[in-house]
Design a protein around this ligand. Sequence first.
Ligand SMILES: CC(C)(COP(=O)(O)OP(=O)(O)OC[C@H]1O[C@@H](n2cnc3c(N)ncnc32)[C@H](O)[C@@H]1OP(=O)(O)O)[C@@H](O)C(=O)NCCC(=O)NCCS
Length: 209
Amino acid sequence: MRVERGSPLDARDIAKLYSVAFPESVELFFGKRTPEKLLDLLELTFSLVLQWGTESLLVKDDAGSIRGYCLYSTKEEPSAKRSYRKALAILGKMALQISLGELTRLFHNQVLMTTSVRYTRASAAKKVTARIVSIAIDPDFQGQGLGTLLFSSVLRDLQDQSIGLNVRANNAAALRLYQSAGFQPLGTTKDLLGEWLVLERPPRDAAVL
Ligand SMILES: CC(C)(COP(=O)(O)OP(=O)(O)OC[C@H]1O[C@@H](n2cnc3c(N)ncnc32)[C@H](O)[C@@H]1OP(=O)(O)O)[C@@H](O)C(=O)NCCC(=O)NCCS
């Protein structure tokens, strides 16, 4: 297994992994879709996210198949990387595919999540400069250290940044991964599927001090 940087060309493989790694979210937001239509929409979503400058690292097996991904963003994303024309084209395709019901539920979820944030350390929350957007390992390969391998590469990339992320309160494997990496609670929030913990890790130098 090796860790490599991804690109917008990996959007479909990332979509496939997302669809099997997050079955509850897929069921809630896109339960009425056929698998192929689900992948089409997720692929567009990840293309957009990657086109917009979100970074990606991938775990690949010896045959080159993607077994895990992590997407993360920083406030220092170079705007030169962004293609407004491509992003608009993708948004146009998404608008043709997504139903009003799906859009309403996604919007409702996002509003709930934003308005439900309760910080216990608001001053630390303001210092967050990078975010883990999504991380997943192929379910057939979970629990074998790949998440740790991938996440350590991401943390090396972001070692001088204050990193924020959200994790479901009942996600034991992810919580273990983040706690081992030195993430600390910042607060909580919730969405249509339940409670999230908001975590943060200070820049490496500050963490050592
Ligand atoms: C969370 C996830 C990325 C972790 O990757 P992974 O390859 O399975 O994790 P690892 O094998 O590297 O193990 C990481 C730690 O979690 C522990 N762990 C693994 N599976 C676990 C489980 N089911 N329950 C409790 N702890 C678990 C490991 O023991 C390890 O801790 P240690 O370093 O103290 O031994 C992966 O399980 C996953 O993709 N889950 C579904 C998607 C998801 O929940 N993403 C995170 C969203 S915030």
